[in-house]
Design a binder for this molecule. Sequence first.
Ligand SMILES: *[C@@H]1O[C@H](CO)[C@@H](O)[C@H](O)[C@H]1NC(C)=O
Ligand SMILES: *[C@@H]1O[C@H](CO)[C@@H](O)[C@H](O)[C@H]1NC(C)=O
Length: 158
Amino acid sequence: MSTKILTCSFFLLTGVLSQHAGYTLTASAFVSVQRGLDVHIPCQFTYNKQHVNNFSTFYGYWFKSKEEPFQCASVPSQSKPDLLVTTNKEGQTIKESTKNRIHLDGDLEQGNCSFWINDAQLEDEGSYYFRVEQGNILKYSFYHKTLQVFMTGKHLLY
Ligand SMILES: *[C@@H]1O[C@H](CO)[C@@H](O)[C@H](O)[C@H]1NC(C)=O
Ligand SMILES: *[C@@H]1O[C@H](CO)[C@@H](O)[C@H](O)[C@H]1NC(C)=O
């Protein structure tokens, strides 16, 4: 067993799952998208209501993991930061090629993390995870619940 997998299991068992009761995310684990088309990806999450600060905005973030699909994406890597592909928070650095193509469209407060991929591109293939922030306490990345995007129609010429 590789060190990586061991590190991964350790992180999952000790970190995310046990300490953050109330946080769940429901979305398809695998999404197939046809190249060049638009797709809406439904997603729902729950958060710990006790972490809510009533006067703050909810911010949602989708990250594309630098890890290859099917590998553990749970351990954030210092050397290869994950790429932010969309957020409703102003002033964030978003991956240039997805800036106007990928966007959140749900009500975050209602636990809606759905998003659109428009004009799907080959580079959109990969592993994604969601992060929610609200106020000072509610900050959570759903590392353990990744969504894999696959592209069909790869060989079509444009
Ligand atoms: C936040 O809002 C809920 C529901 O409206 C209320 O019960 C609670 O007391 C509020 N908390 C604070 C810190 O204002
Ligand atoms: C999430 O938001 C989208 C876009 O507004 C909407 O179409 C969808 O029905 C919402 N999902 C749920 C479960 O409310």
